[in-house]
Design a protein around this ligand. Structure first.
Ligand code: BGC
Length: 929
């Protein structure tokens, strides 16, 4: 079994290597001494366009090849032109030399920036010996449309009579079409195509396109797609706000006639969302865009969406994010998105006079294609039916390559697993039709991929294929929010390696515009509970700051008037639940933990305070009645009482709120929330804890919450810890936790000094365990410990996803404890390096590219010798724990550790020698491990 894990691990490694070819790469190592400023970013993005916060935050990293380098000062120049910047004229902002070691979250404080302003910037830094660096490479950002009046364009579309039906009548109609198979009788309309020609008569200095839609849009100029983003403008509560994107399209314009064109599709706005059916926000698709052209001579021109555009429908006959896309290539309109196309028989566009929802710049990172996957296997379980195995479960779609006769129709269906007979298993997709189709125009080889749908799958079924397909007929396209991957991990144990990779794939598949629960069935919602348990693991794996900057707005938009946070965001259902709504506290806290981001705390502070007030009001005597119905969702016959969960999360949220208030300097609030936390702790102890450490309900999760959230007093912890261990032992050294408990399990075991048990659980391959699904071929995390078992086969199709990231929360422990990388306070300015080897693992090698640069650890055990190579970025310090009996047993680069430059021995702590060090690369050995 371990061999097959190893094989698929290699596959994953190749995939990751491929992926990093297209991701913005890591920074090259600094060659000279002193410091080098690199990776200049604005609002967490490299050279972003269309920022609409008035004081965008800047950050950079510093690199050095010497130990102990710190930044002592910086000087930032922001100029309104490249020429000014090159001439060192910071006409927008020149900070002068600022004595500061800060490299992150630095708010722009120069001249006020107007709509569309372009900012060119660079900086230099001084190290702790006062040596200046050279100027950094230049970077840029631009401002978006800051005032509502900046939007002159109108909302345009092409309506069919069906679009004017109200939602109820429409739903009734779909029922009539298919009363028994709800979801399959739905009507999908063709995608409107919109176009307009315009002339460019003078040399262009710069052209910027601002675009948004009700529905999804793809915008094109002169026959080419603008940008690489998919599913724009993104998912929000469209009744609260709509985002727009900004593109620099200067190079796409040409002298003379030009064409601006767009395709619209239902998307979240009008399509199927979360099992709630279609049209939950609206039905009339609209595009709003303006192309602002600045000519070399200083004059300007704007091309707007307005009544002069023409509209028609084309080859996309149906497009829905869950149902799939139907394309008829015979209906293509060659040249429709280029100048000179004859659109006389196209229609006039339909207009919506005003949409009273604010337009804001998109704060996240859009979904993009990130990787292509070649199938590894092709079978034909029945005549004419072909099934491709892509070897990896993921979110995205398939590119089809086919040659055949005009009118031949190829149908593609998608699935995560196979039935025993080799046919695809689709029951667990529920009402998601997940079917694409392509009708050939009958030319040479035709290649096609959809634009407006995605599926969660490992297998693709082809029917209607003319001839016999080959492995080359299908290519998997992986798509997700294109966040920078920031982690790597490898150890001597292939199972743990695979758990890490499955977690990463779970994240790739579900960090899809919002943190979705799953990518395959008719759900795909931003479940808050799943998001909160997973966020620490997620933040190790990817740079999630911009993703949560966006999603926390969705979450606040969904807050109920009484202060409760919803269980899904954007909110499409009316529920709130303990452990779910707490995402409104836990997620901002983690963004602060990983990125030192105080602005996100300030931004959501009032909402968080309302939530705490809501919890307080409903909890007389600091005990909460149950909230919501999920409990410790999907636990294995080991339920935790609902009131205990609600009280525990009340305490935990109060504790985190106290920390966040303190970080913002709100001392009064910090004291208030701290005392709430303590009172909840007392009430919890009195109500639920016996002197022998037993917690009511006697569930694994109950103990985990009491211990991990710090709810019970010090003196009860040993007894409660023992009870927890007994509970695990009772289950034959297995877990029985659900969504809430699983995320706490290994960190708590390490907290209470039982890392040995944590290893026992993570290395387990018997059901139930993280390892068991891997023995069953899992390439992602499953929704249930028993989504499939050899004994019982598939679990209930109603609720059985093979790509749910929640249990991937375990990856946090892999980084903090197995690899030993953690932050000490906000934003990795101070770092803890504390690998805790165990479980017979002989080496582990990990990296985390933090907001301050890359941190790496690589430990090995050879007999009783422990070796640790580590690097920490310039301008940070680390506290390092080396397993040893005494400090003299520890060496660094061949010298006794405490004599080694930049290394200071602090203390012995249990069986570790603890050192403090400055930045750089170190190689420790310890003989007394
Ligand atoms: C989702 C979960 C979610 C749960 C709430 C499910 O349908 O898939 O991930 O947390 O509902 O109980």
């Amino acid at each position: 079994m371990r061999d097959s894990i190893r094989q698929s691990f290699l596959f994953d490694l190749c995939a990751i290597a491929l992926f990093s070819l297209c991701a913005p790469g890591p920074c090259p190592a600094a060659e000279s001494s002193g410091l080098k400023p690199l990776r200049l970013r604005c609002e967490y993005k490299l050279n972003p366009l269309g920022i609409d916060t008035s004081a965008p935050r800047l950050d950079w990293i510093v690199e050095s090849n010497e130990r102990g380098r710190k930044q002592s000062a910086y000087r930032i120049l922001v100029a309104s032109s490249e020429a000014n910047l090159a001439g060192e004229i910071g006409d927008l902002w020149d900070t002068g030399k600022v004595d500061s070691d800060e490299t992150i979250q630095i708010p722009y404080a120069g001249k006020p920036l107007e709509s569309g302003a372009r900012c060119f910037w660079k900086l230099m830094v001084w190290d702790n010996q006062g040596r200046p660096s050279p100027w950094s490479a230049p970077a840029t950002w631009s401002m978006g449309l800051l005032k509502a009046e900046d939007w002159k364009a109108r909302w345009i579309g092409l309506d069919s009579p069906l679009q004017s039906l109200d939602r109820k009548t429409y739903l009734a109609l779909t029922m009539l079409r298919n009363p028994f198979k709800l979801g399959f009788g739905k009507i999908y309309l063709p995608s409107p195509h919109l176009r307009k020609e315009f002339k460019v008569e003078k040399p262009v200095r710069r052209a910027t396109l601002y675009a948004t839609a009700l529905g999804l849009y793809e915008i094109r100029i002169n026959g080419a797609r603008v940008g690489a983003d998919y599913f724009t403008p993104g998912w929000t509560d469209y009744n609260r706000r709509i985002y727009y994107q900004t593109y620099d399209v200067t190079s796409m314009l040409r002298p003379g006639a030009n064409a601006l064109a767009a395709i619209l599709s239902d998307g979240w706005y009008a399509g199927n969302v979360g099992g709630r059916g279609q049209r939950i926000y609206g039905s009339k698709l609209r595009l709003r865009g303006q192309l602002q052209i600045e000519y070399e001579d200083g004059s300007n021109e704007v091309v707007l969406t307005d009544q002069s555009w023409r509209a028609s429908c084309g080859p996309i006959r149906e497009a829905d994010m869950q149902a799939g896309e139907a394309y008829d290539a015979r209906l293509e309109m060659p040249g429709w998105d280029q100048p000179g196309f004859d659109d006389r028989d196209w229609k006039r566009v339909d207009l919506t006079e005003s949409v009273s929802v604010p337009l804001e710049a998109y704060p996240g990172i859009p979904v993009r294609k990130t990787l292509e996957i070649r199938p590894i296997e092709l079978n034909s379980p029945r005549p004419g039916v072909y099934v491709f195995n892509l070897g990896q479960n993921f979110a995205g779609w398939a590119k089809l390559k086919v040659q055949g006769g005009r009118g031949d129709k190829v149908t593609l269906r998608f699935a995560e697993r196979l039935n025993k007979d080799g046919n695809i298993y689709t029951l667990n997709l529920r009402s998601a039709r997940a079917t694409d189709s392509y009708v050939l125009k009958g030319s040479d080889v035709e290649t096609w991929e959809p634009r407006f749908t995605y599926h969660g799958f490992q297998y693709v079924e082809l029917t209607g294929f003319p001839g016999t397909p080959t492995l080359d007929s299908i290519t998997g396209i992986v798509a997700h929010s294109d966040l920078r991957i920031t982690s790597s991990f490898e150890s001597s144990d292939p199972l743990v390696n695979k758990i890490y990779l499955n977690t990463l794939w779970g994240q790739r598949s579900n960090y899809f515009e919002v943190p979705t629960d799953c990518p395959q069935r008719d759900e795909r919602l931003g479940w808050t509970g799943d998001a909160q348990v997973f966020i620490p693991a997620a933040a190790f794996n990817m740079d999630v700051a911009p993703f949560f900057t966006k999603w926390l707005v969705d979450l606040e938009d969904g807050q109920y008037p009484d202060g409760a946070f919803p269980d899904v965001a954007p909110r499409v259902a009316a529920n709130a639940a303990a452990g779910w709504g707490d995402a409104g506290i836990i997620c901002p806290r983690n963004i602060f933990r990983f990125y030192g981001d105080k602005r996100i705390l300030e931004k959501h502070y009032q909402a968080m305070a309302r939530y705490l007030q809501f919890l307080t009001q409903r909890s007389p005597g600091y005990l909460s009645p149950p909230l919501g119905t999920y409990g410790d969702w999907l636990n294995l016959s080991d339920p935790t009482p609902g009131d205990l969960i609600a009280t525990a999360y009340f305490g935990y949220s109060a504790k985190l709120m106290a920390q966040m208030s303190a970080a913002l300097g709100n001392t009064g609030d910090a004291e208030k929330y701290q005392s709430t936390f303590e009172n909840v702790g007392k009430a919890f102890t009195e109500r639920y804890t016996s002197p022998n450490g037993r917690i009511s309900g006697d569930s694994q999760t109950g103990y985990l919450m009491a211990l991990r959230f710090g709810l019970i007093p010090q003196e009860l912890r040993p007894a409660a810890s023992e009870q927890l261990i007994n509970k695990i032992k009772d289950r034959d050294w297995s877990l029985s936790t659900g969504f809430l408990g699983a995320s706490l399990l290994l960190p708590t075991l390490s907290d209470i000094g039982r890392t040995d048990v944590a290893y026992r659980l993570i290395l387990n391959t018997r059901y139930p365990s993280w390892g068991y699904p891997i023995t069953q071929g899992a390439t992602t995390m499953w929704e249930r410990w028993n989504s499939y078992t050899q004994e019982h086969g598939f679990n209930t199709p109603q609720m059985n996803s093979f790509n749910h990231y929640a249990y991937g929360a375990v990856s946090e422990w892999i980084f903090t404890t197995l690899a030993g990388i953690d932050t000490d306070g906000p934003g990795f300015k101070k770092i803890i390096i504390r690998p805790r080897p165990g479980g017979g693992i002989t080496y582990a090698k990990a990296s985390y590219d933090s907001i301050r640069g890359k941190i790496t650890t690589h430990w090995r055990i050879q007999g009783s010798r422990f070796q640790l190579e580590l690097t920490i970025p310039a301008n940070t310090t680390a506290t390092v724990f080396i397993p040893a009996q005494k400090p003299e047993d520890v060496f660094e680069s061949g010298l006794p550790a405490n004599k080694s430059p930049g290394v200071h021995f602090l203390r012995m702590q249990n069986t570790s020698a603890v050192f403090e060090l400055g930045s750089g690369a170190y190689a420790f050995t310890s003989k007394g491990h």
